[in-house]
Design a binder for this molecule. Structure first.
Ligand code: FES
Length: 111
């Protein structure tokens, strides 16, 4: 089954080493742009206590939560180091700078 990609704007809408939020029916997704212009999309909700990851500091392919400094991999969504936790990640497509994410990757609602 092919994925449904949803347009979410242009890469230039996101500052380097910054993020932008996209509101979906399934919650807020933070779309990050790294210093190397890679783009990653993950839930904007820290697995620790729900901190806004989009307001965290991007370094390499990771973001540090602004609340208690948990480091989350933008690639895998998993917390790095001794901390535990995981956030949902979403495939991102970049075509001529235009971004889209695969919302079909969203988890199905419970039941
Ligand atoms: S809420 Fe993110 S580290 Fe605590």
């Amino acid at each position: 089954m092919s994925s449904d990609f949803i347009a979410i704007g242009h890469i230039d809408d996101i500052p380097q080493r910054g993020a932008r939020c996209v509101n979906t029916a399934f919650g807020r997704i933070a779309v990050f742009r790294t210093a190397e212009d890679e783009v990653f999309a993950i839930d904007d909700r820290c697995p620790h206590k729900g901190g806004p990851l989009s307001e965290g500091m991007v370094h390499g392919r990771a973001v540090t939560c602004p609340l208690h400094n948990m480091v989350i991999s933008l690639e895998s969504g998993t917390a790095q180091g001794a901390d535990e936790g995981e956030v949902q990640t979403y495939p991102v497509r970049v075509e001529n700078g235009r971004l889209s994410i695969a919302l079909s990757a969203l988890p199905m609602a419970a039941e």
